[in-house]
Design a protein around this ligand. Structure first.
Ligand SMILES: [Ca+2]
Length: 152
């Protein structure tokens, strides 16, 4: 059996790159994109739109947004319920969303003019990153993550 070894990837000297818990994250704050274009951009970089599996990752990402001065930014994650309105999932990994950190009152599923909200953004509503469902067409910043043990 061939054992593959991967080069450890640390891009700590590059702005907007964070290495945490074995993954590299890229915070896209140069331009805004809708959910699908954000996903396309991440894939073109050899990465994927972020999934947030636990509180530790959520809190570190939120803290990093502050560290790079983007505490007011809205960031697309890969969370969506477009496939099944009753089941939120991380589109990048295919996993159902188990750990959640919805902002109070979220997900609303609809906006104030009754349009569907099917994609998940993370942002600082107050303290730390909390989540909101939003129209997928809206342009926002985004966070890409490396695949497990691979170097983007
Ligand atoms: Ca909402």
């Amino acid at each position: 059996m061939v054992q593959r070894s991967y080069r450890k990837c640390t891009k700590k000297d590059r702005p907007n790159y964070l290495t945490f818990a074995g993954k590299t994250y890229y915070f896209g704050t140069i331009f805004k994109a809708n959910f699908f274009r954000a996903m396309q951009y991440c894939r073109q970089q050899g990465m994927q739109l972020v999934s947030i599996p636990n509180q530790a990752v959520n809190d570190r990402l939120g803290k990093f947004a502050e560290e790079i001065g983007s505490h007011n930014g809205h960031f697309w994650t890969s969370g969506t319920n477009l496939g099944d309105v009753d089941q939120w999932m991380w589109l990048s990994t295919g996993n159902n969303i188990v750990y959640t950190n919805w902002h109070t009152g979220e997900p609303t599923l609809k906006n104030s003019v009754n349009e569907s909200e099917n994609c998940v953004e993370a942002r600082h509503f107050g303290k730390g990153f909390t989540w909101n469902d939003l129209r997928c067409e809206i342009e926002a910043y985004f966070i890409c993550e490396s695949f497990e043990n691979t170097c983007p």
